[in-house]
Ligand binder design. Structure first.
Ligand SMILES: Cc1cc2nc3c(=O)[nH]c(=O)nc-3n(C[C@H](O)[C@H](O)[C@H](O)COP(=O)(O)O)c2cc1C
Length: 202
């Protein structure tokens, strides 16, 4: 028998940035002769193309990091573990104009292979990015950049060479709140994958 569908009533909200959850990332920049290394917390980040691999981050023009990235054309997206939630929040509360965020958080600067901006060693995934296009959108400037280097922490790589994301314990951000990423449900394509028949034990 067909199951009755529950009635779900909707309420209309004013248009807003309610896309959730998103990964809150730590974007490191600077590290050149003219610009000290800095970190900014970013929620408005995303993948926008696979080949070439392109991402975007959107930053308000008044942020110190916006000035740095405009000048250097580079940044690193560092994906933080949930255990660093407090530092993620803090890096989004203070400006690199007033404080050295690497020194205060104790984050270790790692050497990027393709860009001058340092990466954050404590983050399991680091994406080295070179800006291709800058788009002024309104409240935010979007820096569209090619990922020119990827570094991952060796201690999270399995024997078969895969990144053990569950052990990384990644962080999620949804409408003002931080969450720990939940347990794995299944893998890409599982909805159409044919199940292997269990062999009967003889
Ligand atoms: C969870 C979180 C997400 C944020 N996302 C963004 C963002 O996407 N774009 C932005 O311009 N600022 C964002 N901010 C605010 C900046 O991180 C904050 O203004 C920071 O202090 C700027 O640092 P800076 O002046 O050193 O660049 C976010 C802050 C938090 C806590």
């Amino acid at each position: 028998m067909k199951k009755e569908k529950a009635i779900i009533k909707k309420e209309s909200w004013k248009p807003g940035t309610v896309l959730a959850p998103v990964p809150p990332v730590l974007v490191s920049c600077g590290g050149t002769r003219d610009w000290q290394p800095n970190i900014i917390t970013i929620a408005w980040a995303g993948t926008v193309c696979s080949e070439p691999p392109i991402v975007s981050v959107s930053i308000r023009p008044e942020r110190h990091s916006c000035t740095i990235i405009k000048a250097t054309g580079e940044y690193v997206i560092n994906i933080p573990p949930a255990s660093e939630a407090k530092h993620v929040d803090w890096c989004g509360m203070v400006s690199g104009r007033d404080v050295d965020k690497f020194e205060h958080t104790g984050f270790t600067t790692g050497t990027s292979l393709k860009v001058k901006s340092p990466l954050i060693v404590e983050c399991p995934i680091n994406l080295e990015c070179r800006v291709k296009k800058t788009v002024a959108l309104g409240s935010h400037v979007m820096f569209i950049a090619e990922i020119v280097g990827v570094q991952v922490s060796k201690n999270y790589i399995t024997r078969s060479g895969r990144l053990d994301l569950e052990r990384c314990g990644l962080l999620a951000y949804a409408i003002g709140n931080y969450y720990r990423l939940g347990p794995l449900i299944d893998h890409f394509g599982f909805s159409v994958r044919k199940r292997k028949k269990k062999r009967l034990k003889r």
